[in-house]
Design a protein around this ligand. Sequence first.
Ligand code: NAD
Length: 290
Amino acid sequence: MKIGFIGLGNMGAPMAANLAKAGHAVTGFDLAAPCPEGVTMADSAAAAAKGQDVVITMLPNGAILQKVADEILPAMDKGAVHLDCSTVDVDSARAVAEQAAGMGIGAVDAPVSGGVGGATAGTLTFMAGGSEEAFAKVKPLFDIMGQKAVHCGAAGAGQAAKICNNMILGATMIVTCEAFALADKLGLDREKMFDVVSTSSGYSWSMNAYCPAPGVGPKSPADNDYKPGFAADLMLKDLRLAQQAAEAVDADTPMGTRAAELYAAFVEHEDGAGRDFSAMLPRLTKRGRA
Ligand code: NAD
């Protein structure tokens, strides 16, 4: 396929390189990032989008996505598909899909799970929203960039699934860290705590696969001085998107709301910026109840 790829940062660059390696003709554009291997660079987003079968965007947020959509959609052919893999708010995803539909262009919102490691290895999980037809057209690209793609429903459904998942992840990571901090003060050995919880009803991805305690469980960012991994800043972004969506539809999310407050305090008023989101553990062990 002929593919345009806009946004060649930490995630976009390895995803574009994997598509090129698989034999697709990839034309890229980014305001700042260097050219990934196998990709040809264009001088503008519109130039990268013109005449392509599929145009992929991998951008920081919904406002930038909407701005880039204004540039690329008019340059795209009718029948082409815009595939947005960024994590953005549900409303921006739906607005861009509507704008594309008005121009006869297909649209799929497909945020990812798996981080830079998954993007590089081609093992991302995609959660997609959009029509059956548009999903079918981009499915072969999901198979190259990832290991699983779930078609979640109409436009915006991919973003909805992503923020619900990450709201669970944020709250679960915090309570896992709380449990380790409490266990420390009760004199319980961390290794024993892991052995019990990872095989009991408190188990979770945060405990079993991404344990926040250094030297316990499988290797994780905790073993690398909490270098990300998945940065606390990005977790805060996703928790805020979940809160924005919850407000829009009047959903009660008390744990999600508290998780967003705790990550906001950690990232914006303490030392959490640039650290892995599991660094909530050293934050909590330093504190008492007050
Ligand atoms: P990044 O900041 O490394 O990359 C974004 C790129 O977009 C940058 O290179 C930037 O120069 C480019 N850009 C910004 N505005 C542009 C414009 N107007 N035109 C062209 N290029 C523009 O971010 P990332 O880590 O690659 O994340 C991208 C998206 O993926 C985000 O929405 C993020 O939430 C999501 N995500 C990231 C991870 C992760 O672990 N990094 C995991 C899952 C999802």
